[in-house]
Design a protein around this ligand. Structure first.
Ligand code: C5P
Length: 221
């Protein structure tokens, strides 16, 4: 890794998992720990980049030398990404974004009612932030990087997702029980829109992060 090869660059990284509130005490969430996104932020800062980290509910300390913006929901994350992307050379969406949110928010705690079945929870779609960023680039040549967690047909599903999202790079993780989510280590393949595939062997999330920045630095020239 060439050190300081991201000097003069601004990168935006999202991390963690969004929470979609049902009422003041409950939410729909996911198991993302934020570790991969934080590793991306730390390694980019170490390579000289100005880093904006959009953190969604990660129970991790703010990394030194990084601008951290804390968000809760997908809609908040979308606003924060749009704002930060204006000056960014690259945006890496490592956060697990909820695909759906409750259609209604109850301002008081939802109560169980004696002898009554619960009401079903109606959901509405959240926007696909990654696809929006890729379709409507804030700057010419801005690189958009996504993550995908797949349980089967990892490469085929990854390729299809890369095309569907329109991003430049897609980091595909194989997930399963106790794999990747919350772990210190992961194994991945980075798929590029130009057809290249970069396998990243099982190892620390910092190592995967550095591989992502190698590919980004290369493409930024
Ligand atoms: O479609 P899927 O959820 O597998 O895609 C994962 C990638 O898309 C991640 O990079 C995630 O941050 C991004 N994403 C998004 N907005 C959504 C759902 C996913 O930006 N609503």
């Amino acid at each position: 890794t060439a050190d300081r090869d991201l000097a003069g660059r601004h990168v935006v990284v999202s991390a963690g998992g969004t929470r979609e509130p049902l009422d003041p005490v409950r939410f729909l969430g996911n198991r993302s720990s934020g570790k991969q996104g934080y590793a991306l932020a730390r390694t980019a800062a170490a390579r000289g980049a100005r880093v904006t980290l959009l953190s969604a509910n990660a129970a991790l300390p703010d990394p030194a030398g990084v601008d951290v913006v804390h968000v809760t929901t997908a809609m908040e994350l979308r606003d924060a990404v749009r704002q930060a992307a204006g000056t960014a050379d690259a945006v890496v969406m490592a956060a697990a974004v909820a695909d759906f949110r409750p259609a209604a928010y109850a301002t008081g705690k939802i109560k169980k009612q004696e002898g009554k079945e619960p009401e079903p929870v109606a959901l509405v779609r959240n926007p696909d932030i990654l696809a929006e960023l890729a379709a409507d680039r804030a700057r010419p040549g801005q690189l958009i990087v996504g993550f995908a967690a797949e349980t089967d047909d990892v490469l085929a599903n990854g390729r299809a997702k890369l095309r569907r999202k329109g991003c430049d790079l897609l980091v595909v993780n194989e997930v399963g029980e106790n794999k990747t989510f919350g772990a210190e280590e992961s194994e991945a393949v980075v798929l590029a829109a130009d057809g290249s595939e970069t396998p990243v062997p099982y190892g620390r999330k910092e190592n995967l992060a550095d591989t992502v920045w190698d590919l980004v630095a290369n493409r930024l020239g």
